[in-house]
Structure formats: structure tokens, C-alpha cells
Ligand binder design. Structure first.
Ligand code: SF4
Length: 495
């Protein structure tokens, strides 16, 4: 059954399951080459700044389900950032067709010192019943934390007992922060819980339904799919528990980012017979065409797809050409999560820009489907050529700041909040687009091209900020090699 084992309560972390790494300095071509010949070895750092935590990524797959509740089983601080998803749910609900966004149900068992001695089992059991009484939701998820993992609470046993008593899925999701240096292991933990306890075997196949594993992007697929006589089933933000249960009835599953959806896409195919579109998501022209043709093959709509692509080309290519003329030769730097970061590089190259490098948060040599055609970075290298300075770093901002100080690109493209600040402090126009659908297809190239142009042209604010900003990093650090603390035999690329 490949990487997916729904009989086990826990999913193996990415380091062990996929051979993923968080430390690399070299070129994109080298990285793809190492991954293909099985020579990808992680490089640890002798100095490291704070990493992200898997609990937050697990929560990301669960909190936005319309009629579910999430209990963080641990100290209250581990749930400290989860309220951000309530904000996200409210802000983006309107783009996803919700008439009214309901409050998110987020709780913590608030483990304290004495609980780490006597155990937190009873607290958790009481919390599940109290959450059920207050919210009447259709599923309850328990996300574990370092504290509950270390003291060895029987979270699976308590969840199973509560499930029997309450008659709704009560799902233990094992995502303690200390498990993995790769916080996207939390996505896998959330989806593992969903696949083993929410998704039901198909009652009937719906030949026009396509699962889309995504975050909270604007619903661009509905208008595309309408022209192909297909329907969308977004997973899991804004879905209901019932909708997720029936995702096994879809004809295909796509992911807007393979880093996000790797595990659920593979689980749906391997356990529920829903074919996964394994080629990378549709960013950049060659990949957009490959992706839509694969969609056409799986859904028996080859001719409709060719008509669709011809219409899209006719509509958008003239504007793409204009933008290429204006952006040609402009330089850029990218910092983002893995697969989406690769997609941003494809967009830049497609627009005639020159990515000087990228700081990408981790690297998966392959995804859970094991398909080489799913390697988004390989597509970028094959379609557009090498990216010479490719750094894999789990948001080690000291490395990013050092690099930005040297390369001074015309624009910094970031995907995570907080990262654009570092570009702005150097007077570099910096752009963060939270809508992951924004760059997809032909239309996405126009969207991004226009925003990039607008950001580069309106640089007065960042130029002023540079004059007044205080950078916490001193010359001592900025004059050193950015990979000074990256161990092993790094193929260091000079700037
Ligand atoms: S689970 Fe662990 S790493 Fe995550 S916030 Fe709690 S203590 Fe920190």
C-alpha cells in the first residue's frame, strides 16, 4: 500500500517516509539530480533559529472544516497561534461562497505542571465531552503536543472510547512538534486522521466530481470546471464532515500544492480508488497544459480540454507577451514552502524574469505517490533551466537576510507572513500573495505579472523604510558566507 497505512494511528514523519531534507545549498539541478539517484542527504546546522511546529500545520487541515472542533491536548501555549485560522476562515469564506462564516471551535486541555506528573488522560476525556456538549459538531479532532507525547497519554484509546459513546468521529492526530524538523509532517498527520476516520468507502461514483486539496484560495476552479462539465470538491477548508466522507466518490483528486496534499492524494488513490493527478499543479504554461491534459485523460474529456486550452491561449497570451516585455531581465528572489516555491519560480521564469535564487523551507525528493512526474522542481529545471543558488532552509531567517543583503533583487516573492519584512528592510520591493490559486493557469501569469510590475514600480515606501530600519544582524554576520553554519560538504554557491 505504498507510504499510506491507515491501520496505524500515526503517520511516519517526512524525514523517514519520503527522505525529505531541510538543509541544502547548491543548484536546483543538483538537488533534483541528488534526489533522482538517491543521494539526497540532510545537512544539519550547528546554529539554528526557531522552527515551525507540526501542530499548526495539522490544525490548518482541520480547523477550517465547517462543522468540526479541534482540541489541542497540551499546554495552552501550544494553541497560541491557532486563533489565526479563525481569522483566515472569516476573511476567505466570502471568496469560497459561504453566506455566513461561523466561529471556529478551537480548545486546549491546558496541561499544567501537575498534569505532566499525574497524566492528562482524564482532562482530555472530560474536554472531549464538554466540547461535544457545547458545540454539537459532527467530528472532534485532538491534536497532540510535545507535552502529551512525552508523558505518554493514551490519546488514541481515549478518542476511541469517546467516539463510541458520542457517535461521531473523534480523531487522534499525532503531530507533536518534536517529532519532525519538517513542519509539513503536520499536514500528513491531519490528513491521516481524516483518511482513517472520516472518509467512507464510495456508495456510488460521481463521474464529474474532482477533489481539490487546497488551502483557502479563491474559487477559480468552479468557472474553469464549468466549461469542462466538472464539479469541484474542495478539501478540507470550508468542506463539511459529510462532504469529506464522500470524497471517495470523486473521479480524480488534484492538489494545488504537492507539499500540502501529498499524503491525502495518495491515501484517496491507494485506499479509496480515486485516481490522483500526479503531474505538478498548473503553474507556468507547459505545466498548465500538461496538467489540464492529464485532467482530460482521467475524466474522459480530452477534446473539451483542447478547446479549453485554445480559448485560454487566445484570451491571455497577448497580455502575457506585453508583461514579458516589461518584466524581461528583472531579477527576483523567492522564499516559500517547497512545492509552491517551485511553482513561483516557474511563474517568474515564464514571465521572462531572472530568479537569482530561492530559500525553500524543505525538500521532498518525491511525494507519497512516488511518481517522478510529480516533482515540481524537476519540471521547473526541465521547462526553464537551472536555478543556480537554491537553498533549502526551514525559515532560517539569518541565512535569508545574509543572501538578500548580497543579491539585492528587484523583487522578493514570499509565501509566508513575516518573510517580506526582510526584503523591505533592505529597500527591496516585496510581495506576498496568500491566495495559492492566484498564479494558476494562463490567467495566473497575468495576475502575477501585473502585481509584480505594480510592486516594483511602487517602491517609495520600502526605499524610505530602508533609510530608517534597524537590522538586528550585524556586519559580523552579513559579511560571512550565508551557509557558515550548514554542516557537511555543502556545495556552496557564491554570490
Ligand atoms: S507542540 Fe512542542 S514545538 Fe509545538 S508549540 Fe507545543 S511545545 Fe512547541
Amino acid at each position: 500500500m505504498g507510504n499510506v497505512n491507515l491501520k496505524a494511528p500515526e503517520v511516519t514523519v517526512r524525514e523517514l517516509r519520503l527522505g525529505s531534507v531541510t538543509g541544502f545549498a547548491g543548484s536546483a539541478e543538483d538537488l533534483v539530480g541528488c534526489a533522482r539517484c538517491g543521494k539526497l542527504a540532510d545537512k544539519s546546522r550547528s546554529f539554528s533559529q526557531t522552527l515551525g511546529c507540526s501542530t499548526s500545520n495539522a490544525a490548518c487541515t482541520l480547523i477550517l472544516i465547517q462543522d468540526a472542533a479541534v482540541i489541542s491536548h497540551g499546554p495552552v501555549g501550544c494553541a497560541g497561534c491557532l486563533h489565526e485560522f479563525a481569522f483566515t476562515y472569516r476573511v476567505n469564506g466570502v471568496h469560497r461562497g459561504l453566506e455566513k462564516t461561523t466561529p471556529r471551535h478551537i480548545y486546549s486541555t491546558d496541561l499544567e505542571e501537575k498534569d505532566t506528573i499525574y497524566g492528562g488522560n482524564q482532562k482530555l476525556a472530560d474536554a472531549i465531552r464538554e466540547v461535544h456538549r457545547r458545540t454539537n459538531v459532527n467530528a472532534i479532532f485532538i491534536i497532540t503536543t510535545c507535552a502529551s507525547g512525552i508523558i505518554g497519554d493514551d490519546v488514541e484509546g481515549i478518542a476511541n472510547e469517546a467516539e463510541e459513546e458520542l457517535g461521531i468521529p473523534v480523531v487522534a492526530v499525532f503531530c507533536e512538534g518534536f517529532r519532525s524538523k519538517i513542519w509539513t509532517s503536520g499536514f500528513d498527520a491531519g490528513y491521516h486522521g481524516i483518511a482513517r476516520k472520516l472518509i467512507k468507502p464510495a456508495e456510488r461514483k460521481q463521474e464529474d466530481l474532482v477533489n481539490i486539496i487546497n488551502f483557502w484560495g479563491t474559487d477559480v476552479f468552479a468557472q474553469w470546471f464549468k466549461r469542462l462539465n466538472l464539479r469541484t470538491n474542495y478539501l478540507t477548508p470550508y468542506a463539511t464532515v459529510d462532504q469529506i466522507a464522500h470524497s471517495s466518490e470523486a473521479i480524480a483528486t488534484m492538489q494545488i500544492c504537492s507539499t500540502l496534499g501529498s499524503y491525502l492524494g495518495a491515501a484517496l488513490e491507494q485506499y479509496f480508488g480515486v485516481e490522483e493527478i500526479k503531474t505538478s499543479p498548473p503553474y507556468g504554461i507547459p505545466q498548465t497544459e500538461r496538467w489540464f491534459r492529464e485532467l482530460g485523460r482521467i475524466t474522459n474529456r480530452k477534446e473539451e480540454v483542447e478547446i479549453f486550452l485554445a480559448e485560454e491561449r487566445e484570451r491571455w497570451l497577448p497580455r502575457i507577451e506585453e508583461l514579458r516585455g516589461k518584466l524581461k531581465g528583472k531579477t527576483a528572489y523567492v522564499t516559500a514552502g517547497a512545492s509552491h516555491g517551485h511553482s513561483l519560480l516557474a511563474i517568474l521564469k515564464e514571465l521572462g524574469m531572472e530568479p537569482q535564487g530561492a530559500a525553500i523551507f524543505h525538500h521532498d525528493p518525491l511525494y507519497d505517490n512516488g511518481a517522478v512526474e510529480g516533482d515540481t522542481l524537476q519540471h521547473v529545471v526541465e521547462d526553464y533551466g537551472n536555478v543556480k543558488a537554491f537553498n533549502v532552509c526551514n525559515k532560517q531567517e539569518f541565512e535569508l537576510v545574509n543572501i538578500l543583503h548580497r543579491v539585492r533583487p528587484d523583487i522578493l516573492l514570499a509565501r509566508h507572513g513575516g518573510m517580506t519584512l526582510w526584503g523591505a528592510k533592505f529597500g527591496i520591493p516585496s510581495l506576498l500573495i496568500g491566495d495559492e490559486h492566484y498564479g494558476m493557469g494562463y490567467q495566473g501569469l497575468v495576475n502575477y505579472g501585473e502585481r509584480i510590475l505594480e510592486t516594483i514600480e511602487n517602491d517609495e515606501f520600502v526605499k524610505n523604510l530602508e533609510k530608517h530600519a534597524i537590522n538586528p544582524y550585524t556586519k559580523w554576520w552579513l559579511n560571512q558566507d550565508p551557509y557558515t553554519f550548514l554542516g557537511g560538504e555543502a556545495d556552496v554557491v557564491g554570490y
